[in-house]
Design a protein around this ligand. Structure first.
Ligand SMILES: Cc1cc2nc3c(=O)[nH]c(=O)nc-3n(C[C@H](O)[C@H](O)[C@H](O)COP(=O)(O)OP(=O)(O)OC[C@H]3O[C@@H](n4cnc5c(N)ncnc54)[C@H](O)[C@@H]3O)c2cc1C
Length: 571
C-alpha cells in the first residue's frame, strides 16, 4: 500500500497549532518563510514516499543481520539513508555553527513525521542522532563539539543513547557500567548495555555512543552517574574497544537493529566526559526529552500510516447492502456505520495527537527564544505527547486491523506490521507508566501546579463545546485534589489523569482548528474537502473522545482505593 505524506494537514497544523508564522517573525527563525516551509515539506514527502517507504516491508521481512559483531542492514537501506544525508535532511533544525540550518525544531518534526510514517523503525536512526546533537551542543566541551557535531548534524555519523542494562531499565540509577580517568584527560569505560537502538550498522562510517556510567567516586543511584561520549572510531582513526555482541529478535520495528553493546572488553575503550562529572542525568535528560517528543511523534506516524491503509481498504472491500435500506446492492464497507465509527475515530485521534506533539515541539523553539512560560509548557507537554501519542498510535493501528477484518490478521496486507511496530512506543524512552508518574510528580507537584494552571487557563480562554468546558472543569478540580494527596493516591490516579489532561489539550487544539476551518470555508479560502474533514474530525473528537475522557474522572478520584486490597500472593 503506497504511503503519501499528509502535506495539507502538516501545513495547517504548523500554521494554526504551532503558529510558525510567529516564529518566522523573529530574527532567529526569519528563514522559516512560507515558500521555504513548502519546499521542505514537499522535499521530505518526496524522499519519504520515493526512497524510504519502499524499505518498510523489506525491513520487516528481512531485518538487519548480525555476524561477528558486524550488522548489515537489509537491501535498499543504505541508498535510502544516503539520500537522506545527501539531501541535507538531518540539518534542518541543527545548530548553524555546526552546519545546521537553524530552522524551527517543529519544522524538523514535520520532516521526521513523514520519514517515520514511511518506515518507523528506520526513522529511529535520525531520532537518536538528533538527540545526541542536542545533548552534545548543550553540554559538550568545545573540543568534543568541534570533532563530532558537524558530522552528526549531517547524519554522516549517527548517534546512540545508552542507559539500559539488564538490571537497570526504568531504574536507571541501578546501572553498573563504570568509567575510570586516565592521565590524558580521557576515560576508560567498561560495561554492557542492552537494547541499544542502531548501536551497530553499516549506514555510517562512525557511530557516536552517549553512555551513562559511574565513576570511582560516584555515589549509588542517579546522583553518581556521568555521561560519556564513546566513538566507534577514535579521532586518530583507530577502532575503539566497543562491539555489538548480538541483536534482538523483536515483535516489530524489525528494521531497527536493537543491540547488546560491550564496552571495554579489552580494557581499552576510550571515552570522554560530556558535561561535569556526576552531571550525567541532567545531560542525558536533554537527549531523552528530545527523544520522548520524537517517540510521541512515532505514535502520530504509525496512526497516519494505519489510517491511510484502512481508508484505502474500506473504499474497495465490498460487503452487504446498507442496513438502512438506501441500497439493495452490496456496498463498500466504508458505507457501514461501524466501519465509519472506526475510521472517524482513527482520523480524529490521529489529527489530535499530531496537534499535541507539534504543540509540544514548538515549545522547544519558543524556549530557545526565551519566551515567557515556554520551558514550563514544554516540560508539562512532554509526558503527555510521549504517552498519549503512543497510546493512540497503538489504538489506531489496532483499529486498522479491525477495519480489514480477517485480512488484517494476515501479514501480506501490511496492517499487522503497523500494529506490531506501534507496540514498542509506549515502552521505550521511559514507559508510559513512568511518564504518568513524571506528570503527577516532577511536573505537577514540582511547581505546585503552576504550569498546569496556565494550561487550564489557556484552554478555558478558547473552549466553547460543553464537553470540553466540562472536561476542563473536571481536570481543574482533580488537579487541586491531586496536589493535596499522598503519593500513593497520586500515583494510582496518574495514568487516567494523564489521559484526561491529554484529551483536554487535544480537544482544545482540535476545537481551534475546527473553528478556523469553518471560517476559511465560509470565506471560500483553502481546499474545501480538507476543511470539511477538519470540521468533521473536530466535532467527532469533542462528541466522543472528550466525552469518554470525562468518564475517567471517577477512577482518578478513587486514588489508591482497592489497589492494594490483595497482597502479592493473593494476586
Ligand atoms: C526495541 C527497544 C529499543 C530500545 N532502545 C533503547 C536505547 O536505544 N537505549 C536505551 O538505553 N534503552 C533502550 N531500550 C530500553 C527501554 O528504554 C526499556 O526497555 C524501558 O525503559 C523499560 O525498561 P525495562 O525493559 O527494564 O522494564 P522494567 O523497568 O522492568 O519495567 C517493567 C514494567 O514495570 C513498570 N515499572 C517499572 N518501574 C516502575 C516504577 N518505579 N513505577 C511504576 N511502574 C514501574 C514499567 O512501567 C513496566 O510496565 C529499548 C528497548 C526496546 C525493547
Amino acid at each position: 500500500m503506497p504511503f503519501s505524506s499528509p502535506l495539507t494537514e502538516q501545513r495547517f497544523v504548523l500554521q494554526h497549532v504551532a503558529r510558525i508564522t510567529d516564529l518566522a517573525a523573529t530574527p532567529r527563525f526569519a528563514a522559516a518563510e512560507p515558500d521555504m516551509i513548502d519546499a521542505i515539506l514537499e522535499g521530505a514527502a518526496a524522499l519519504s514516499e520515493g526512497e524510504w517507504a519502499p524499505t518498510n516491508r523489506t525491513g520487516d521481512r528481512i531485518a538487519p543481520k548480525w555476524e561477528d559483531g558486524v550488522v548489515t542492514m537489509p537491501p535498499g537501506f543504505k541508498e535510502a539513508y544516503n539520500a537522506y544525508v545527501e539531501g541535507g535532511w538531518g540539518t534542518i533544525a541543527g545548530p548553524v555553527e555546526f552546519g545546521g540550518q537553524g530552522l524551527p525544531n517543529v519544522l524538523g518534526f514535520a520532516v521526521a513525521e513523514s520519514l517515520g510514517a514511511a518506515n518507523m523503525g528506520f526513522g529511529l536512526c535520525p531520532i537518536l542522532t538528533s538527540g545526541a546533537v542536542e545533548a552534545l551542543a548543550s553540554h559538550g566541551c568545545d573540543d568534543l563539539r568541534r570533532i563530532y557535531l558537524e558530522k552528526l548534524v549531517t547524519g554522516e555519523w549517527t548517534g546512540t543513547m545508552n542507559l539500559t542494562e539488564p538490571q537497570a531499565g526504568s531504574d536507571v540509577g541501578a546501572l553498573r557500567t563504570s568509567a575510570v580517568p586516565v592521565k590524558d584527560g580521557s576515560w576508560r569505560i567498561k560495561g554492557t548495555k542492552i537494547f541499544i537502538t542502531f548501536g551497530e550498522h553499516d549506514l555510517a562510517d562512525n557511530i557516536i555512543h552517549l553512555v551513562l556510567a559511574r565513576t570511582p567516586d560516584g555515589q549509588p543511584g542517579t546522583r553518581g552517574i556521568s555521561l560519556f561520549l564513546v566513538p566507534k572510531v577514535r579521532p586518530d582513526g583507530s577502532r575503539n574497544d566497543v562491539y555489538c555482541a548480538s541483536i534482538e529478535h523483536k515483535l516489530g520495528i524489525h528494521s531497527s537493529p536493537t543491540c547488546v553493546m560491550v564496552y571495554g572488553d579489552n580494557d581499552d575503550c576510550h571515552d570522554w566526559l560530556i558535561g561535569p562529572e556526576f552531571g550525567g542525568m541532567r545531560a542525558m535528560f536533554t537527549m531523552m526529552n528530545n527523544a520522548r517528543l520524537n517517540i510521541g511523534l512515532q505514535g502520530v506516524q504509525i496512526a497516519e500510516r494505519a489510517t491511510q491503509q484502512a481508508l484505502a481498504y474500506a473504499r474497495q472491500r465490498i460487503q452487504s447492502a446498507r442496513a438502512n435500506g438506501t441500497s439493495a446492492e452490496p456496498v463498500a464497507i466504508i458505507e457501514h456505520h461501524d466501519v465509519r465509527r472506526m475510521l472517524m475515530r482513527m482520523k480524529a485521534q490521529t489529527q489530535a495527537v499530531r496537534a499535541l506533539v507539534y504543540a509540544a515541539a514548538v515549545e522547544v523553539d519558543r524556549a530557545r527564544l526565551a519566551l515567557d512560560g515556554a520551558r514550563q509548557r514544554l516540560d508539562l507537554l512532554t509526558p503527555l505527547a510521549k504517552s498519549h501519542g503512543t497510546d493512540v498510535g497503538c489504538e489506531v493501528a489496532s483499529l486498522g486491523i479491525q477495519v480489514h477484518g480477517g485480512m488484517g490478521f494476515i501479514e501480506e496486507t501490511g496492517a499487522a506490521q503497523h500494529y506490531r511496530d506501534a507496540r514498542i512506543a509506549p515502552i521505550y524512552e521511559g514507559t508510559n507508566g513512568i511518564q504518568a508518574a513524571d506528570l503527577v510528580g516532577r511536573k505537577l507537584a514540582g511547581d505546585d501546579g503552576a504550569g498546569m494552571a496556565r494550561l487550564i487557563a489557556d484552554v478555558r480562554a478558547e473552549a466553547q463545546h460543553p464537553n470540553l468546558v466540562a472536561l476542563t472543569d473536571k481536570v481543574a478540580d482533580l488537579t487541586r485534589s491531586l496536589l493535596a494527596w499522598e503519593v500513593d493516591d497520586r500515583l494510582a490516579a496518574s495514568a487516567p489523569y494523564l489521559s484526561m489532561v491529554s484529551v483536554m489539550t487535544c480537544g482544545w487544539l482540535m476545537e481551534r482548528q475546527g473553528r478556523i476551518a469553518a471560517d476559511l470555508l465560509a470565506k471560500r479560502q483553502g481546499d474545501p474537502g480538507f476543511l470539511k474533514g477538519k470540521i468533521a474530525c473536530a466535532n467527532w473528537y469533542r462528541a466522543h473522545i472528550v466525552a469518554e475522557a470525562l468518564g475517567l474522572a471517577e477512577g482518578v478520584q478513587a486514588g489508591a482505593a482497592y489497589l492494594f486490597d490483595l497482597n502479592v500472593d493473593e494476586m
